[in-house]
Design a protein around this ligand. Structure first.
Ligand SMILES: *[C@@H]1O[C@H](CO)[C@@H](O)[C@H](O)[C@H]1NC(C)=O
Length: 408
């Protein structure tokens, strides 16, 4: 009897480091000029690398597939080659989850042997595909090679504006709120013990992404409850936007539903908020050396006599912004330094990285894109239904929290 217990305990101790460890990935890319942050994932057997756009605004991970009929391939790597044996059947639980997450009817009468889907992005881009299963190499030592379901996109139609900047990717790491997304699958398989993940997008590019709870900082995190009413999205509920001029210039007329979407380079607000933001920024720049200018990169730009070399040269002329979420005891504020919402273009002008959401049909929905979230560890905690952030430089990946003292 004792021998059996010893074996059980030895087994548990062996499992402990595996279960506890979060999985951390290095990120590449930047807000400008790349226009996106991406992770290189090794998928398949033998594993091959794919660059995936990190997108908390959609719940399905997919790769451009090598399809016999249509070749729309633009990514830097060879497209993924599907085989019949890794198709997920329509009645499979994972197909049910993906259809639910995407708001699609789960109808298996046409094609029972495969799981067809269509993904539509906010900018009008769409992707047609089928669900596959293959091995993901999640750690460099090949300890974690789970089979995960993902989309094989064989027909992509462009949106109003290109989703990606000049750097093309091989697909999208869709980690939006869902039940069939990659993080949910890792949690269901017990590869991470908590349904928590986070990212840190560096203001000078790069950064990191983590799956699992033990990289969550133990102190200094501002938390807001996660609203459950926006499908596929992580939402802190309604938010107001303020520009921090001396007397606090209120930019928003009223609170509006808001989502965090790392897959969007820039941030979108309702047209009324947008119009007021532009006037408020104009007021703060009145006595500065900046004057209105045109730049093809973005709609609202300014210039100086000399070409602007870097954000550091002009950021002091702008004021911090703040988003305020919730109310009462749940009220929380996210302060946005100028370097997060301005961009210095390759033409030496400085532009506003906050755009008119009504122009892309968002209406009464604020979309907080990757630029605003730069130099913050953003934490999506599905265990406690909350979203948190802490300001930091994203240059260094966090080590695991000590075993004692970790409260999550
Ligand atoms: C924002 O977009 C809407 C819809 O296209 C437009 O009517 C409005 O004038 C725009 N606002 C500004 C300030 O550009």
């Amino acid at each position: 009897m004792a021998a059996i217990w010893t074996m059980v305990i030895v087994h548990l101790l062996l499992l402990l480091p595996l279960l506890r460890s979060s999985i951390v990935f290095e990120l590449h890319g930047d807000v400008y000029p790349t226009g996106l942050f991406y992770v290189t994932m090794n998928i398949g057997e033998p594993a091959k690398p794919y660059n995936l756009d990190v997108d908390t605004g959609s719940p399905l991970t997919w790769l451009e597939c090598n399809a016999p009929l249509k070749s729309t391939h633009k990514g830097p790597h060879e497209p993924y080659r599907p085989t019949r044996t890794n198709l997920v059947p329509c009645e499979d639980e994972r197909c049910v989850a993906v259809h639910r997450d995407l708001g699609l009817a789960h109808d298996c009468t046409q094609n029972p042997h495969q799981c067809d889907y269509v993904l539509r992005y906010k900018d009008g881009e769409s992707s047609l595909g089928v669900l596959l299963i293959d091995q993901f190499s999640l750690t460099t030592n090949n300890e974690n090679r789970p089979y995960l379901a993902f989309g094989c996109g064989y027909d992509q139609e462009g949106g109003q504006e290109a989703r990606a900047g000049p750097v093309e990717v091989d697909g999208v790491l869709g980690i939006g709120r869902g039940t069939g997304d990659l993080v949910s699958q890792l949690r269901q398989q017990g590869i991470i013990t908590q349904h928590i993940f986070g990212h840190c997008l560096g203001v000078r590019g790069g950064g990191f992404l983590f799956f699992g709870g033990d990289r969550v900082p133990s102190a200094g995190v501002t938390w807001v409850p996660m609203a459950q009413n926006v499908r596929s999205h992580y939402s802190p509920g309604a938010a107001t936007l303020n520009l921090n001029v001396q007397l606090e210039y209120p930019v928003s007329v009223e609170p509006m539903p808001t989502i965090f979407d790392s897959g969007s380079t820039y941030t979108y607000v309702h047209m009324d908020t947008y119009a007021r933001l532009i006037s408020a920024v104009a007021v703060t720049l009145e006595s500065s050396s900046l004057t209105k200018a045109h730049d093809d990169a973005l709609p609202e730009c300014w210039e100086e006599n000399e070409l602007i070399q870097s954000v550091d040269n002009v950021k002091n002329k702008f004021k911090p912004l703040e988003f305020t979420f919730g109310h009462g005891v749940n009220q929380a504020t996210m302060e946005i330094p100028p370097e997060n919402y301005i961009v210095v273009t390759q033409n030496g002008k400085v532009c506003l990285g906050i755009l008119n959401g009504s122009q892309i049909g968002l209406d009464r929905l604020n979309l907080i894109g990757g630029n605003i979230m730069q130099n913050h560890i953003m934490i999506y905690d599905n265990e406690r239904a909350r979203i948190g952030w802490v300001r930091t430089s994203c240059d260094e990946m966090p080590g695991p929290e000590p075993l004692i003292g970790s409260r999550l």
